[in-house]
Design a protein around this ligand. Sequence first.
Ligand SMILES: C[S@@+](CC[C@H](N)C(=O)[O-])C[C@H]1O[C@@H](n2cnc3c(N)ncnc32)[C@H](O)[C@@H]1O
Length: 154
Amino acid sequence: MSKESDECYTPIEIIRALGEFDLDPACGPRCPNETARLMYRKDGLERKWRGRVWLNPPYSEAKAWSERFVQHGNGIILLFWSRDNQWSKRLLRAAGAFFLFDQRINFRKPDGKVFHLPYHSLLFPIGKANIESIARSGLRGQLLVSHHASRITP
Ligand SMILES: C[S@@+](CC[C@H](N)C(=O)[O-])C[C@H]1O[C@@H](n2cnc3c(N)ncnc32)[C@H](O)[C@@H]1O
């Protein structure tokens, strides 16, 4: 995914529907929404992560951010689905669940214009409580939970 897609903000209603988050490590300097109690506006990959994480990462660096998310092991990541990426398979195994939105998400660019990704958007929850928060959220889509998920993903 190109750099152009990096600066696109999640509709705040989606995040609110999922409950409160302790940290958004990829907030960037210009994100207009309060996405979590603590928001990292730079150096989010290098800094310490704690608690329940909301993550809609810069898509041009999705591999590094999703790796870090899996290592952290608590939260929800919003990403796009692509069969060509090893990281989406790894996330699927690590999370053991995913949520596929029924509709395209109206992301916002810094100038307020709506931006649509050319792929399906998904949530990957890690941790039982995060799976349950999606089930309770009222967001429209399909939640699939695997009973055969393995956290061991070399
Ligand atoms: C797809 S946007 C999502 C923003 C916000 N997390 C949300 O959900 O609306 C990804 C954001 O990550 C920011 N970003 C990129 N590298 C970062 C870094 N190293 N530390 C913190 N934020 C970063 C970008 O500036 C961009 O605003």
